[in-house]
Ligand binder design. Structure first.
Ligand SMILES: [Fe+2]
Length: 256
């Protein structure tokens, strides 16, 4: 069976993202949820949701772990073999990435970004959600939920179709060199409707590297828990300095 249907590939091309439900291994998800607490602050109790509400004190260690405000990034765990196997090296997820970027073209991952959490905001007033694009070099992002994410629960938030505009708003195809137009287009997309990709543990979201996105505000009572990885083609070093290709799908053999 094909890892992605023609319809799904078409959706990704047009909208810049794609949700696949119930993909990651439940046993590994349970392990990730358990291990997350190894990096919690002393003030947080895994059994007491009242202690999960942000903002929390700023903390940064030499393993790259960062906590503060409503964010909690456990990066150190990203190099564990089993967590890499849960996301980019999961056989299904890997075959989907290879389907889009071409078999044999994708860098074999040795780590993921880590477990990225967004803490509940409690009774803080709600702020508007604004978008950005990422500047670091990659082709295909993937977000995987290791806990359920209800609507307005800090889900990965996307501005559909924005990749088709923003891809051309950089001087190079994969470096962080936005043109003047970039800021104007971000302002434009901030006036447009966005999609809150809520979901359940095991769901994943693929997204194009120049898609406007945001980490949604978490208005729920639970912690938004996700794992992140960025797929890259092996020829990144050669293509990253080039100006955006006229055909923005040139490096995506699975997309025509
Ligand atoms: Fe981002």
């Amino acid at each position: 069976m094909e890892p992605l249907s023609d319809q799904e590939i078409q959706f990704f091309k047009e909208e810049g993202y794609l949700i696949k439900k119930q993909v990651m291994d439940p046993g590994l998800i349970a392990l990730a949820r358990e291990r997350l607490w190894d990096s919690a602050s002393d003030t947080m109790d895994p059994k007491d949701p009242d202690t999960w509400i942000g903002p929390i004190e700023e903390h940064r260690d030499d393993q790259g772990n960062v906590r503060g405000g409503y964010g909690w990034k456990y990066r150190q765990i990203g190099s564990q073999e089993w967590i890499v196997r849960m996301l980019p090296r999961d056989l299904t997820i890997w075959s989907m990435a290879e389907k889009l970027l071409g078999k044999g073209n994708v860098v074999v991952p040795d780590r993921i970004r880590g477990i990225y959490c967004i803490l509940p905001q409690g009774d803080q007033p709600e702020k508007p959600t604004t978008c950005h694009t990422d500047g670091h070099p990659f082709h295909l992002g993937v977000v995987g939920y290791i806990g359920d994410v209800p609507p307005k629960g800090g889900g990965f938030t996307v501005w559909p179709k924005s990749h088709r505009k923003l891809y051309f708003d950089y001087h190079s195809s994969h470096r962080n060199e936005p043109t003047e137009q970039h800021e104007k287009d971000i302002a434009y997309f901030n006036q447009q409707t966005y999609v809150d990709c809520h979901g359940q543990a095991g769901d994943i979201i693929f997204w194009h590297h120049r898609l406007a996105h945001a980490a949604g505000h978490n208005r729920s009572r639970q912690i938004r828990q996700a794992v992140l990885y960025d797929f890259r083609r092996k020829d990144m070093d050669q293509v990253m300095e080039e100006p955006p290709s006229q055909d923005m799908w040139r490096d995506w053999p699975g997309i025509c």
